[in-house]
Ligand binder design. Structure first.
Ligand SMILES: [Fe+2]
Length: 226
């Protein structure tokens, strides 16, 4: 009887002890991506980009928001976030139009307003396109600088259909869903929202994917743009 009771107690202890083991929450670092040839250092500080087009206020706006975190899922404040993208026609211009930088705030939160980026081709045959994307460069002392791109769910050019073979559009953590929000039922005052959380690796390096095929056409575009 004593042996039987002891066995039950030992079993119960083992089960509860196992269940009570504290789990450490971890966040997987965001997948890096290609920098691309359009990065220009020191873009203007602002949270609204692609707004130099006079039709900006007539367009459906895209609000991108999220949090910057470390690998323990703790918020990182005062991270410098640089963003740049093609305009809605798929062109990069060497102007400040579709570029900006800002800092994450309390809780690691950030947000900026833009227009949905257009798609462009880097395929010499012009048959394959890059999926619509927004470039990010995130920097905070004590963490690796992260260079990455944000993509949109449902884009037919993601993954194996991306004309940039080196790019990371096949990674789910870089692909966001877009939801619509309207001020009222009229549908006249609506905008799109995309949430993109970013996790930085601890260190002093740079997390980026080396670029081997994504520059030729874009550089030609730069020349055309002057
Ligand atoms: Fe790009």
């Amino acid at each position: 009887m004593f042996v039987w009771l002891s066995s039950i107690l030992v079993f119960t202890y083992v089960v509860f002890a196992h269940c009570a083991v504290p789990t450490t929450t971890t966040c997987r670092p965001t997948t890096p991506d290609v920098l691309g040839p359009y990065y220009l250092p020191d873009p203007p500080r602002r949270r609204q980009i692609c707004d130099r087009d006079p039709t900006f206020h007539n367009e459906r706006h895209l609000l991108v928001e999220g949090r910057i975190k470390n690998q323990l899922c703790q918020p990182i404040t005062d991270a410098k976030i640089e963003v740049w993208q093609a305009d809605r026609d798929g062109h990069y211009l060497l102007s400040e139009n579709c570029r900006g930088h800002f800092y994450s705030e309390k809780g690691g939160h950030y947000a900026f307003l833009t227009l949905h980026p257009g798609k462009y081709s880097t395929d010499p045959e012009g048959e394959m396109y890059r999926p619509a994307h927004i470039h990010f460069r995130v920097e905070k002392p004590g963490y690796d600088i992260l260079v990455t791109q944000m993509y949109f769910d449902g884009d037919s050019s993601l993954g194996r259909n991306d004309s940039c073979l080196a790019c990371s559009s096949d990674h789910d953590d870089l692909v966001v869903a877009v939801r619509e929000m309207c001020a009222d039922a009229s549908g006249r005052y609506c905008f799109n929202i995309a949430r993109f959380d970013i996790v930085l690796s601890g260190g002093n390096g740079v997390d980026v994917v080396s670029d081997f095929d994504d520059s030729r056409i874009e550089l030609e575009d730069i020349v055309r743009a002057g």
